[in-house]
Design a protein around this ligand. Structure first.
Ligand code: ZN
Length: 312
């Protein structure tokens, strides 16, 4: 079979982006999410059912879910930190939930107030309840390619986490470069190792562009067989628990780059750029996207009239 030249992008701005912006009124969120859905995404990370005190930016998650358009073939995914969050997600009828976990204990303590494997033990009742209600449940590993407190995460540690996910019955795993510490070589090493050990898992990449390496990392992941990527329109998003971590790779950069390489995203880049421009207008100091600055490669410019070069 020919290599699949197609990827699936999950738009995460309504979760990763909105939680790092000043509080957005519910009506505006609904407007933005509806515009995002019109770009053709098949999967959207729509919110996180966290405690309103922990992330006040997403305290209206339930209401947002009630008010947005829900095209039939779009999978809406939400993050859930606990059973209470899962019950809210079930009530809101999202299609998929995701639990989050940090690869290192120090990031986990900062993020979830417990060590990695302690936090993981709390997932068992969530999985049980999700399966009872036929809710699809996936997991993620934050700081998988490097932790701002502990540095590079040992391969054995990542494999142990995957093993425990497998024991729980979770086999769809998002590997997150939460603070932009990955490089194409480390991405290839991690992906080839975990895919080799867990051939039945579905791994995806969640890349932040903190040090300008996210697109190169995405291509490295693609080369290793990854076909699922997260990105955020306008490059909004960050990690409230990682100092100075900047945003997700912008969706327009990821889509544009892959499409230029002949890899199909099934998304409408022009509509995505429109939404990104609208968001940039609303939150100018938070956007981070090359395509917003430079436009598409295919946007040709009028050639300047002939001129005599200085110095010749
Ligand atoms: Zn993120």
């Amino acid at each position: 079979m020919a290599e699949q030249k197609e990827i699936v992008i999950t738009e995460v701005c309504p979760r990763d982006g909105f939680q790092s912006l000043p509080i957005i009124p519910t009506g505006v969120k609904v407007e933005i999410i509806n515009a995002i859905l019109a770009c053709g995404f098949k999967q959207l990370e729509v919110t996180s059912f966290v405690h309103p005190k922990a992330v006040p930016q997403l305290s209206d998650a339930d209401e947002v879910l009630m008010k947005i358009n829900r095209p039939e073939n779009v999978i809406l995914r939400a993050l859930i930190p606990n059973l209470r969050g899962l019950e809210r997600a079930i009530y809101a009828q999202v299609d998929k939930v995701k639990v989050m976990l940090s690869a290192t204990d120090s990031h986990s303590i900062n993020n979830a107030n417990s060590k990695t494997f302690d936090a993981m033990r709390e997932f068992a009742p969530l999985v049980k309840r999700a399966k009872e209600t036929n809710m699809h449940i996936g997991g993620s590993i934050s700081v998988a390619f490097g932790c701002p407190y502990e540095g590079i995460v040992p391969m054995e540690r990542l494999i142990e986490i995957c093993k425990r996910y497998e024991q729980l019955g979770i086999t769809e795993i998002s590997l997150a470069d939460t603070t932009g510490m990955a490089n194409p070589v480390s991405v290839k090493r991690v992906i080839s190792n975990v895919r080799d050990k867990f051939p039945d898992f579905r791994f995806s990449l969640h890349l932040h562009n903190t040090r300008g390496m996210a697109f190169a990392n995405a291509v490295a992941g693609f080369d290793e067989g990854i076909r699922d990527f997260d990105s955020s329109i306008g490059g909004f998003g960050g990690c409230p628990y990682a100092p100075n971590a900047s945003g997700n790779i912008s969706t327009e950069d990821l889509v544009h780059g892959f499409e230029e390489m002949g890899i199909n995203t099934n998304l409408n880049i022009d509509k995505i750029i429109e939404v990104a421009k609208d968001l940039q207008k609303r939150f100018p100091e938070y956007s981070d996207s090359f395509i917003l600055k430079a436009g598409k490669i295919s946007d040709l410019h009028l050639a300047p009239p002939g001129q005599v070069k200085l110095g010749e």
